[in-house]
Design a protein around this ligand. Structure first.
Ligand code: FPP
Length: 341
């Protein structure tokens, strides 16, 4: 599958040159095998180490860290260690998540475990995590270390919840509720975006109340981001998302559109619940997606995304955000709400 180029908003393009060389240099200092795997995961080289690159990620978390530093009164440059660390943690989480889910495609090409094997991929993910921690620890900024460590605890908690949801039924008293889903997404996705923003503010010299305001901002944005991700997981164009169409539905993943649809007492939700009693075939995937839509699941998820986007912008109303640089954060937040990749 050829992946369409990932369109990135202006603030991300402006900041990328600050982060990418540092990230490359850090990954390059790993054991040569792990460095090559890291280079592949970030899209800088092919599996054989040649320099044929692929569209990497959107670098949302690093941009958030740098823009937060600017909005909190510092320069983007001071927050580069935070930016590098959040991209490394994000990379680690995707590598391990793909192994856990058995996903074969990521960012438009074979996942790391598919290209190198599960054992080496586990190790490469671990190496990215270790590198993230040492990158921040070396700055000696305790607040940033604490923010990162706390977000990792949340990340693992969220992933454990998500895993536990897999063995819960779609309907009945044991079914996963939308509130449970939101708590899981706050941990799994919101915490790292929150840590990125909070660390950015901390590197700019902000005090604990300000750092907390940035953490809230990033956390709310993360919830909006995950809701959009869930919508794209069902209805996104694989050439833009880099992931196969309908893979979440095929795996029976308890995503926000699906849970919201099942929570409605409508004929469409009843048909959907019956359909989900057995693994879905190719044709049934389309039927299930249509039923989720008919029961209002897509609209609900989009409403959630808008609500958390609004809350994120509300968190920015505090004096801790300088109006000029905060405009870039607003632009980024709005781009993330409207994204198609
Ligand atoms: C502990 C553990 C294994 C946790 C896994 C947590 C996990 C996979 C969370 C998913 C978060 C998410 C929306 C990823 C897509 O990010 P993106 O659209 O920014 O991806 P990109 O970098 O490819 O653009």
């Amino acid at each position: 599958m050829t992946r369409a180029p990932v369109l990135v908003p202006d603030p991300l393009l402006r900041l990328r040159p600050l982060v990418e060389p540092e990230l490359k240099a850090a990954v390059g200092r790993l054991h040569p095998t792990l460095a090559r795997m890291g280079g592949y995961a970030f899209g800088w080289c092919a599996a054989d180490g040649t320099s044929a690159s692929a569209p990497g990620g959107k670098n949302v978390r690093s941009a958030l860290a740098l823009l937060a530093a600017e909005a909190a009164g510092g320069t983007a440059r001071v927050a580069v260690p935070a930016a590098v660390a959040v991209e490394l943690v994000h990379g680690f989480s995707l590598v391990h998540d793909d192994i856990m889910d058995g996903d074969e495609l990521r960012r438009g090409r074979p996942t790391l475990w598919k290209a190198f094997g599960s054992g080496p991929a586990v190790l490469a993910g671990d190496a990215m995590l270790a590198l993230a921690l040492s990158t921040v620890a070396r700055t000696g900024l305790d607040t940033a270390c604490t923010e990162l460590a706390d977000s990792l605890g949340a990340l693992m908690r969220g992933q454990a919840d998500d895993l536990a949801f897999e063995s819960r039924p779609f309907t009945g008293p044991e079914a996963v509720t939308v509130d449970e889903y939101l708590a899981m997404a706050r941990d799994k996705t919101g915490a790292l975006l929150g840590a990125g923003a909070a660390m950015g503010a901390a590197f700019a010299g902000a005090g604990s109340d300000t750092v907390a305001a940035y953490r809230r901002f990033g956390g709310e944005l993360g919830l909006a981001f995950q809701a959009v991700d869930d919508v794209l997981g069902i209805w996104g164009d694989p050439r833009r998302t880099g992931k196969p169409a309908g893979s979440d539905l095929a795996r029976g993943k308890k995503t926000l559109p699906l849970l919201s649809a099942l929570a409605t007492a409508t004929p469409a939700s009843a048909r959907l619940a019956r359909l989900l009693e057995r693994p879905l075939t190719g044709d049934e995937l389309h039927i299930a997606a249509a039923l989720v839509e008919e029961a209002g699941g897509r609209r609900h998820a989009q409403d959630h995304a808008r609500t958390h986007h609004r809350r994120a912008l509300h968190a920015m109303k505090s004096a801790a955000f300088r109006p000029g640089p905060a405009a870039d954060l607003t632009a980024l937040a709005t781009c993330l709400l409207r994204r198609t990749a």
